[in-house]
Design a protein around this ligand. Sequence first.
Ligand code: PLP
Length: 360
Amino acid sequence: MTREEVYNFSAGPSVLPRSVLERAAAEMLNYGGTGMSVMEMSHRSAAFQEIFDRAKASLRELLAVPESHEILLLQGGATLQFAAIPMNLLAGGSADYAVTGRFSALAAEEARKYGAVRIAADGSADGFARIPRPDELSLDGEAKYFYYCENNTIYGTQWHYVPETACPLVCDMSSDILTHPVDFSRYGLVYAGAQKNMAPAGLTVVILDKALAGRELPCTPKIMRYETMIRTDSMLNTPPCWCIYMLSLTLDWVREQGGVAAMEERARERAAILYGALDESRLFRGRARKEDRSLMNVTFTSGDAGTDARFAAGAAARGLVSVKGHKSAGGLRASLYNAMPAEGAAKLAEYMREFEREHV
Ligand SMILES: *Cc1c(COP(=O)(O)O)cnc(C)c1O
């Protein structure tokens, strides 16, 4: 298939804006008259430093990150942060974890190796189909931090409110950063793997309140110490240079499109198209409770694994690819990140109706 024939609904790594890929292609062999690719240049060179500074400055501008917070560009994926967070922030205390899906469950499990973990909410009994209400959170007034995952990529639920806690908030925004404005002054730490909305896999953005750095457990590896990474401006060792370059191009694109507020408007538009089709469907039903539905990952099922598989295959044959659900949840899932045009959501909704006419 040609690129023009494909709408990519992959949950991650996922679709990037075409113009970003075109610019990377145009600059592939010779970046800015340096005679080399960004992949080939020293991370200590002036040309790369300029790319790095621009990526950071764009993040700060587009996300309105306050000066109290540092932006780190790290390796290790979101999963490394499952360990780095407790190693840096949990010494001598306990942390509250809201478990609303697979990634927050994994984060809580990892944190237990380094200190005391309290489960502030556990959605497993409901099949992770919903987000706890504020009055359902069991909060420890003495907790070192409260941890949650804002968008549950696998189950298709999303927190549509920011929890009120006495302690710093720590949030995994891997699958919804850059898709809506965030008040970072309310957070101790926010982190996100880049491969859902920002860049290729291999880069993790961490935005943290500088006041929280320097409290790590003595055993914390140097590469995982926030204090060290702040001091070295994320360059204790070689950073993920190519991913940082790609991030800077994606951020240019977000700015051209009208910024994060415009991204949110489009996300609402795309999601409304698919949820509208689901709400009318006599074959498919959404898996998440309505109030808690994700604007990023639409999860649904016919209730029959064979029918779901036929739908995913039929969709793929029409260029609507990667709508199979995560293996741990089954069913179907369409991921609608920033680079997905509304037309993609409309085509998938149209195929849902067509498939339904043939199968009901
Ligand atoms: C994809 C994802 C992760 C895991 O990311 P890795 O970079 O593969 O470690 C964690 N949390 C959320 C919310 C995700 O969507």
